[in-house]
Write a protein that binds this ligand. Structure first.
Ligand code: FAQ
Length: 330
């Protein structure tokens, strides 16, 4: 039923060459429906495993590539305190990537394979990290909007049916919440500053607003994975539901900052209690996902370079592990 394989007489062939019986699939779904956590050694349909490896690895890659736009400002942060905070934030993102690769590995796919898929261009990472950080206000906008959107998406992932992913998300969300506040604090300082600083904050909001609301993915009617991921309780809310929640909480924050959200159609609907908003440029999202955003090539070139530069570390770690294994065997 919830699988992408081929049904044969009550059995389903998956792409590992083993079969999945209707009884196994039904028992699995009963566990999901009963809100049981699925653990690494439990039986699971191959489609469930595949979906998780795809989502978790893409999430990990996003955290790692996501260090680049902010890393760009580490040497130019306006004060020592801002620099120390930004450094800690960027290091947190590296940590998130590592927890996520570890959660992905529990599903039987090695970190080398996941990283290989990123470097070959097979695996995706979030569209948002393909936009440039032109001014210091962009660092505020990333914390406020990008981390804000990330939290909105990731809090429900703390209740994801797959235990190792759900548990990794608890700490990630605590840290993202600190990140969101530091971004808002930068925007607050700028919006209470000089006219030039206020203009810088407004310009950052103008450039980051639409890409941030695109982070939630295609709208529900074009989201090919949502229905299955929600049936498996990997996702708890649809892309559009989360996007709406984000807009509803963020617009009043922009008003508090004295900034204008760059959407002329934005309007609070008293009947529904939600903001109505303008049409998203879906063409822009698909172009960025397809690799043609403003910084895709730069981001991937930098990641490949960093991977090559780290080859000696991997080699040294392997030599040490081999030495320890030989000692143990002797
Ligand atoms: N960018 O059917 P759906 C962060 C792809 S972490 C690129 O709706 P799904 C922290 C999607 O993969 C940000 N691709 O897919 C931070 C699929 O392609 P595929 C990352 C996108 O999986 C802050 C296709 O479109 N967060 O920001 C995007 O059900 C600051 C069809 O889409 C996560 O990864 C996109 N925006 O829902 C770090 C959270 N949207 O794989 C540094 C976990 C969709 O079939 C600084 N992931 N696609 O080739 C998720 O919740 C889900 O995977 C969604 C997409 C909601 C992203």
């Amino acid at each position: 039923m919830y699988t992408q394989g081929l049904d044969q007489k009550g059995q389903t062939a998956n792409n590992r060459g083993t079969t999945e019986s209707q009884e196994q699939l039904a028992a699995f779904q009963r566990r999901i429906d009963a809100e049981e956590k699925i653990e690494a050694k439990d039986w699971m349909p191959e489609g469930y495993r595949r979906t998780l490896v795809r989502q978790i690895s893409q999430h990990a890659h996003s955290e790692i590539i996501g260090m680049q736009p902010e890393g760009n400002w580490l040497t130019r942060a306006p004060t020592l305190k801002r620099k120390a905070i930004l450094l800690a934030k960027v290091q947190d993102e590296a940590g998130h990537g590592l927890y996520l690769y570890s959660a992905g590995e529990t599903l039987g796919t090695s970190r080398d394979q996941m990283v290989g898929d990123l470097l070959s261009g097979k695996a995706k990472y979030s569209s948002i990290f393909n936009y440039p950080t032109l001014t210091w206000a962009d660092i505020g906008a990333i914390g406020w909007l990008v981390d804000g959107a990330a939290i909105m998406n990731q809090i429900p992932l703390c209740r994801c049916s797959y235990g190792p992913y759900a548990r990794a998300m608890v700490r990630v969300c605590k840290e993202e919440s600190f990140h969101q506040r530091q971004g808002f604090d930068i925007m607050l300082a700028l919006s209470r500053g000089t006219a030039a600083q206020q203009a810088m904050a407004q310009d950052a909001l103008n450039r980051w607003w639409w890409p941030s609301i695109m982070m939630f993915g295609p709208n529900d009617s074009n989201s090919r994975h949502s229905a299955q991921s929600m049936a498996w309780k990997i996702k708890r809310f649809s892309n559009d539901e989360l996007r709406q929640k984000f807009i509803d909480v963020t617009v009043p924050q922009a008003e508090f900052l004295g900034l204008k959200v760059p959407d002329d159609d934005l309007e609070f609907d008293k009947l529904t209690g939600h903001y109505r908003f303008g049409e998203i440029d879906w063409q822009e999202l698909s172009d960025v996902i397809a690799g043609n955003g403003p910084c895709n090539r730069q981001r991937m070139a930098r990641r490949r370079q960093a991977h090559d530069d780290g080859a000696w570390v991997r080699k040294a770690a392997q030599a040490y592990a081999d030495k320890q294994a030989a000692k143990k065997a002797a």
